[in-house]
Write a protein that binds this ligand. Structure first.
Ligand SMILES: [Zn+2]
Length: 487
């Protein structure tokens, strides 16, 4: 994630310690990495912290929530889908992700600055993995590389199985560069030390490699083509993703980018909370993320925070600026962001697994959807978290207005018309007793997916004395039963 957005965070002392070793796959095979030490920039201080190496993943509060089977419109045959996915899901492993993060965030890569030897060595490692997976190169001249300005994007493609839809490209990306030794323009300090970038963004690269491997284990190729893109130059201003959108390699020239997903900093999952950006760039995206997060048998089961702000702080932005529906997954900022202390032992490796599973389920659903994908929603550019808070803001039930049959007040959301937001729950009402609360989104009434607020109201009006509603609460779907009481 690029630096520009967060200028005022305080500097914390830290340093990367330990002996440097030479990466076997480095192109600069004659370059000697051994015995190098972090050079101390002018006036810099050397501090060696003793951080515990076995940082454990916190236990989520309050146990698991029963997940109701949701009859979502967009993909049929839930059971078949689950079965098809299980073999692929099973290949996603925290240990494998950990290996990738461990290698890419090693001191020997010197913080993988775009265009540097450490950056090139990291590229060699990624290409080695793609070659092992047998994915088709999609860069220039039949290679995986798309060079630009001394840097290189790494591109691999899985061609779609449908003759027409294969011309549509679903781009799944993660930047592999970081800030090298750090300086006043891109680091919170101390400068002059290897900024290992374990979370930013070795974690995203690891997640993407795990997803690429898993997709190779699907029984059939999805209908649309999927491009696995490892961007360079993100820390220098999103250079790789902008370049790709300006100049597509010849191998991809005839393909249209229909959707993009960005993985940036997915290594600090805390309490299973994941931030999801961009779902308002096209109708139905939130629902597709929900589907992947709650799919029976392959649920990622994460707690999702949908962020409406769109900032130019990572590679999702150039796609959104190009009016392409785009989503980003991110586990949030932390005190090691853009510091030498963004190290492997602080990464929640097990947390990368559910994020990669969510990515697999989501991307496969989009790439395999037989229907036309939704087009870009320009209103998303004028919306923000402030808009969200206004729309989702609850109404206190003190004004004495009549409560209606169920005691439930909702608001229409133009960005998600088929998921009205609960903004009011009357005390002691059937809705309150069933456990509904403001912020919930109504998805179904009596197992029927609602098409909008009016449809919901009509179904609730004609429902019997009991009505089951499936709701979404922070990305998780649950079924609640309202029981009407005879006054
Ligand atoms: Zn960054």
């Amino acid at each position: 994630m690029s630096f520009a957005t967060f200028p005022d965070r305080k500097v914390a002392p830290n340093a990367a310690a330990g002996t440097m070793k030479k990466p076997p796959w480095s192109e600069d095979s004659d370059a000697d990495y051994s015995g190098r030490r972090p050079h101390v920039s002018q006036g810099g201080t050397v501090l060696v912290p003793s951080t515990p190496r076995n940082a454990r993943r916190p236990t989520p509060p309050g146990g698991t929530i029963a997940v109701a089977l949701l009859t979502l419109a967009c993909c049929g045959g839930v059971a078949l889908a689950a079965e098809r996915m299980s073999a692929a899901h099973a290949t996603i492993k925290a240990a494998d992700a950990g290996r990738h993060v461990g290698v890419l965030a090693d001191d020997a890569f010197e913080g993988r600055e775009g265009g540097s030897r450490g950056g090139r060595a990291a590229a060699a490692y990624i290409v080695e993995q793609l070659t092992k997976l047998g994915l088709e190169p999609a860069g220039d001249g039949g290679s995986y590389f798309q060079p630009f300005g001394g840097m290189r994007n790494i591109l691999a493609i899985l061609r779609g199985s449908d003759p027409h839809l294969a011309e549509e490209l679903v781009v799944v990306g993660a930047h592999y560069d970081h800030v090298g030794y750090g300086n006043a323009d891109n680091s919170y300090g101390p400068f002059g030390y290897v900024h290992n970038g374990a979370d930013d963004n070795a974690s995203g690269v690891a997640g993407l490699l795990e997803v690429a491997e898993a997709i190779q284990h699907l029984p059939e190729r999805p209908r649309r083509s999927i491009l696995f893109a490892f961007w360079d130059g993100e820390e220098k201003g999103l250079l790789g993703s902008y370049h790709f959108l300006r100049v597509k390699p010849a191998a991809l020239a005839h393909l249209r980018v229909a959707f993009a997903l960005n993985l940036d900093m997915i290594g600090h999952l805390r309490g299973e909370r994941l931030e999801v950006y961009g779902t308002r760039t096209a109708p139905g995206l939130r629902e597709a993320v929900l589907q992947a997060n709650n799919r029976p048998g392959n649920a990622a089961g994460l707690e999702l925070t949908f962020v409406w702000d769109i900032e130019d702080d990572s590679d999702h932005y150039p796609f959104i600026a190009a009016k392409i529906p785009t989503v980003m997954f991110h586990t949030g900022l932390h005190d090691h962001y853009h510091r030498p202390s963004d190290d492997v032992h602080l990464v929640n490796l097990e947390g990368i697994e559910p994020v990669a599973r969510l990515t697999l389920g989501f991307v496969t659903a989009i790439a395999d959807d037989p229907a036309a994908l939704p087009t870009f929603r320009p209103e998303s550019r004028t919306e923000s978290n402030a808009t969200r808070n206004r729309l989702e803001g609850s109404i206190p039930d003190t004004d004495g207005s009549p409560r209606g049959r169920w005691g439930l007040g909702t608001r229409h959301d133009p960005g998600e018309p088929s998921s009205p937001v609960v903004v009011r729950v009357w005390r002691n009402s059937p809705a309150a007793r069933a456990g509904l609360s403001p912020g919930d989104r109504i998805l179904t009434v009596d197992e029927m997916r609602i098409t909008g607020q009016d449809d919901m109201l009509a179904r609730l009006r004609s429902a019997g004395p009991q009505s089951r509603v499936d709701i979404e609460r922070r990305g998780r779907i649950m079924r609640l039963e309202m029981q009407e009481t005879v006054e």
